[in-house]
Design a protein around this ligand. Structure first.
Ligand code: ADP
Ligand code: MG
Length: 238
């Protein structure tokens, strides 16, 4: 068996007295789509921040592609192949779609022409080709989500972290989003995705990990996870 692409080993995150992640050990194999689910406040986004390097864990370690990256800042983890969807910030809105994606591509090259070519490829891949020259602020919400994915893809990740990119979309938009995630995986990129709504992720993922109150509650095949009484209880209490 080949080593997993990503492992968290006994990871803890405390914010003062609040324990957001409590001894979380998960692994993601190469080529998998893994769903990280759980009620609001379960600690999903915190775990993403620990993996991407936005926060150092209070305790525990993050292993990526065979290397302990726990002490590395976010930019160096991005260089090593951890890509994530960005939070929407102000500068993003006042730039064109293509320029937003070029920012991501500049992680891999300093040659502007190459970055632009890469950005156009990624926009085509994400179905945003015709929107390249409009301002990001003029995109509809579902297109903004795809732009976030495009920006992350332009950094050429080995692992793509998606935080609720399918949440709040219409059924048709969610279907397009699901197809995009499949296409990303088929292109050789491993995906770890956070979603709050189980109905959306379960048909898409190879494996699901449920967080509740900062801890791993259950993990396994989606069909088994949705039937697990512990999972049903956690969601009913939401
Ligand atoms: P989820 O993404 O599963 O909804 P989060 O990881 O965002 O959950 O939050 C887990 C818990 O940690 C929540 O109680 C939240 O209020 C708290 N939390 C998250 N980030 C911070 C922070 N920077 N400072 C203090 N508390 C935080
Ligand atoms: Mg969250």
């Amino acid at each position: 068996m080949t080593a997993p692409l990503l492992e968290t080993r006994g990871v803890w995150q405390r914010f003062g007295g609040l324990v957001a992640n409590s001894d979380v050990s998960i692994s993601v194999g190469r080529g998998e789509i893994v769903g990280l689910i759980g009620p609001n406040g379960a600690g999903k986004s915190t775990l993403f921040n620990l993996i991407a390097g936005v926060l150092p864990p209070t305790q525990g370690s993050i292993i990526f592609n065979g290397e302990d990256v726990t002490a590395l800042p976010a930019a160096e983890r991005c260089q090593r192949g951890i890509g994530r969807t960005f939070q929407v910030v102000k500068s993003f809105e006042t730039m064109t779609v293509i320029d937003n994606v070029i920012v991501g591509a500049l992680v891999r090259t300093t040659v502007m022409r190459d970055a632009r070519r890469k950005a156009h490829q990624v926009l085509e891949f994400c179905g945003l080709g015709p929107r390249a020259d409009v301002l990001a602020s003029d995109l509809v919400p579902s297109e903004k989500r795809r732009l976030e994915v495009a920006r992350a893809l332009a950094t050429e990740p080995k692992l793509l972290l998606l935080d609720e990119v399918l949440t709040g979309l219409t059924p048709v938009e969610a279907k397009t989003g699901v197809e995009l995630v499949r296409k990303v995986r088929d292109s050789g990129i491993t995906v770890l995705m956070v979603e709050h709504v189980m109905e959306i992720v379960m048909p898409l993922v190879d494996r699901a990990i449920v967080l509740d109150l900062g801890k791993v509650l259950v993990e396994g095949k989606p069909a088994d996870v949705v039937r697990d009484p512990k999972v049903i209880t956690a969601y009913l209490g939401d």
